[in-house]
Ligand binder design. Structure first.
Ligand code: ATP
Ligand code: MG
Length: 363
């Protein structure tokens, strides 16, 4: 898609991940699977939110750098194709940081702090009252990550929907204040009424919230409950086998599949749905179906999904693999800056901040 002829990103997609660890099955079903599928029909931007990784791990720059590279390897392994999609490194897109400042003035402080996703994160990550000033700021920064690319869709997991809602509010507010869009306009009309930003829509994946192997929290890279896309068959087996089935029973005793988290995995990863329905029935009836048996089918299905990813990932092993990844990041980020700078230019013009032309050069 030619950016110079296009005003707002219709048919454009933006989403991303924070490099706080490797990608896991929750990312796959919540967002990545959709990203891979959308590459042909949409102009896709995939963002590495490395600045946001600093909001909780400012003392771990080496880890963040490593995770940034590993996440790109996960993306490539999962089927994201840098020839069709643009990989964007957040810290090298200054327009995002600038827009974050402007957007932070369009949203009340208390509105940010009431955001349920932030609250849950503070709780589950044990941040207490010691979190950095920058931590809640990431929610505003995320509005800029998205709007810098003016996408139509943002494919995300369920936990992100509250963030996308905030982003939509910011976009509306900007367009109303600086572009004269009628506050009663429908979301679809913002573009035709001269708004700088479209009102992007969240697109929740096949499974909005995949449980972790702890069986209670969402699978998360920071909660030590994840099956990673890069896990070996042995690791997958060990992790699934360690799961508590939610109840204690013998194979010939009736059980409740609904409280057994392994059944969520069975639903999600075993392709033969009739077979899963049968497993459920037998489990319910106590028809000689042990937990180990259900787990074995789940392990097989997960490994079947991960095997081609492991093969693609192997192509990027070692230092030469890292170099290839960094090249991909540079190439994508250079392209991304063209789009983001244009957005920033338009936004600043709307804000009467048009004092001159700035051309960013990034190598
Ligand atoms: P962190 O623990 O650092 O917050 P995370 O595992 O939540 O990491 P993010 O980088 O915050 O991962 O999320 C990236 C994308 O993956 C988001 O769209 C998020 O909604 C989605 N996602 C993350 N975990 C899950 C899950 N368990 N089920 C479905 N979607 C998920
Ligand atoms: Mg998260």
């Amino acid at each position: 898609m030619n950016d110079t002829t296009e005003h707002i990103g219709r048919n454009r997609v933006l989403t991303g991940d924070t490099p706080t660890g490797r990608l896991h099955l929750g990312h796959w079903v919540g967002s990545i699977e959709q990203r891979v599928a959308m590459q042909d029909d949409y102009d896709c931007f995939f963002l590495l939110a490395n600045m946001h990784a600093f909001t909780t791990r400012a003392d771990k720059p080496d880890d963040i750098r490593r995770d940034t590279i590993e996440i790109v390897k996960d993306w490539l392994a999962a089927g994201i194709d840098p020839a069709r999609s643009t990989i964007v490194l957040q810290t090298e897109v200054p327009a995002i940081a600038e827009l974050s400042w402007y957007f932070s003035m369009l949203i009340p402080f208390n509105r940010v702090m009431r955001n349920p996703t932030l609250k849950t994160e503070i709780e589950t990550k044990g941040l207490g009252d010691k979190y950095s000033f920058g931590f809640p700021m990431y929610a505003v920064g995320q509005c800029a990550d998205i709007l810098a690319f003016r996408p139509e869709y943002v494919p995300v997991g369920e936990d992100q929907v509250a963030h996308i809602e905030m982003c939509r509010e910011v976009a509306r507010r900007f367009d109303q204040i600086y572009c004269g869009v009628d506050p009663h306009a429908e979301d679809e009309q913002y573009e035709s009424q001269g708004g700088t930003f479209p009102i992007p829509k969240a697109l929740v994946g096949r499974v909005g919230r995949l449980l972790g192997t702890d069986g209670s929290n969402k699978m998360s890279k920071s909660l030590n409950n994840a099956i990673f896309l890069s896990d070996s068959p042995k690791q997958v087996k060990k992790k699934v086998n360690s799961m508590y089935p939610g109840q204690s029973r013998e194979p010939d005793q009736p059980g409740d599949p609904e409280i057994n988290p392994v059944f969520q995995y069975a639903d999600v990863f075993i392709k033969d749905k009739e077979f899963v329905a049968e497993l459920r029935e037998r489990y319910r009836a106590g028809d000689n179906l042990g937990d180990g048996h259900v787990k074995a089918h789940v392990i097989e299905a997960i490994n079947e999904l991960l095997e081609p990813m492991r093969r693609r990932r192997a192509e990027f092993e070692g230092p030469s693999g890292d170099d290839a990844v960094i090249e991909i990041i540079r190439d994508g980020t250079a392209r991304a800056n063209e789009t983001a700078e244009r957005t920033l230019h338009d936004a600043k013009q709307a804000m009467r901040l048009d004092f001159g032309e700035r051309t960013l050069r990034w190598k």
